[in-house]
Design a protein around this ligand. Structure first.
Ligand code: ADP
Ligand code: MG
Length: 236
């Protein structure tokens, strides 16, 4: 279960990708990078973030804590940026926050060394979830207190964008040609991920974001479909 916090202040937009995450303060005195349910890909991005974070942690990789962030659109009222105002207006209620790692650096393969087992485990993980967002240009890896942290898994698990055509996903080869850790991933690793661990990762997604999915009659049925896709890919 993810914790739920209430946003108390919109600090600043983080303009890097197109999705316009925002830095927010919350009532637990935490600061979070918030991705909004009203953004382009909406809840699918948030679901992928949650499931992938759970899977990554289960194999020993570091991911900042995820929380559900209750957002009052009024918090955007004094924002000069109209795009931010519109985004918050469309995102009342629960959104997804990632614990902000203050002072973290973007991973730079020329500057940062990694243990080959860790690098290989990241590549193995990215192959499992089909992550195309780990390139040299856009690694989505942070160095914080000399350790590697994984962020930004919203573009993974692409099968959920078209369930009717989801079947080929499990056997789709992963192309690591542009992977930022390709050269460092020299260890042979075979991380263990149990069905129960996959189930737990999927269980972290709030029902709210699984309701009304086309072709499914309940959140439980959607969860079962995620579990099925991921365990089938694992088996290969
Ligand atoms: N937990 C975090 N701590 C510190 N900085 C972060 C964190 N999450 C994201 N960032 C910064 O914000 C940028 C955008 O976040 P990201 O999750 O990659 O969203 P997107 O690429 O979809 O816009 C990252 O590249 C990174 O610089
Ligand atoms: Mg990113």
């Amino acid at each position: 279960m993810l914790r739920t916090v209430t946003a108390t202040r919109y600090v600043t937009p983080l303009r890097e990708g197109g999705s316009l995450p925002g830095l927010m303060e919350a009532d637990d005195l935490g600061t979070y990078v918030v991705k909004y349910v009203g953004a382009g890909q909406g809840r699918k991005t948030l679901i992928a973030e949650i499931v992938c974070a759970g899977l990554a942690r289960a194999i020993g990789l570091r991911v900042p804590e995820l929380v559900l962030v209750d957002v009052d659109p009024e918090l955007g009222r004094s924002e000069p940026d109209e795009e931010v105002q519109d985004l918050l207006k469309a995102s009342g209620g629960l959104n997804l926050g990632t614990d902000f790692l203050p002072g973290s650096l973007g991973f730079d393969p020329l500057a940062h060394q990694l243990d080959p087992v860790e690098a290989s485990t990241v590549v193995w993980f990215d192959a499992l979830v089909g992550n195309v967002d780990r390139s040299w240009r856009n690694p989505n890896l942070l160095m914080w207190h000399r350790q590697l942290w994984l962020i930004d898994h919203g573009a993974c698990l692409t099968f959920h964008h078209a369930w009717a055509r989801a079947d080929g996903w499990a056997s789709k080869p992963y192309d690591d040609a542009h992977h930022v850790l390709r050269e460092m991933a020299t260890a042979a690793v075979q991380p263990q991920l149990t069905t129960a661990q996959v189930e737990a990762a999927v269980a972290d997604v709030p029902d709210l974001w699984l309701e009304g999915e086309d072709g499914f009659d309940s959140p439980a049925a959607v969860r079962a479909a995620y579990l099925d896709q991921i365990t089938r890919r694992l088996a290969r």
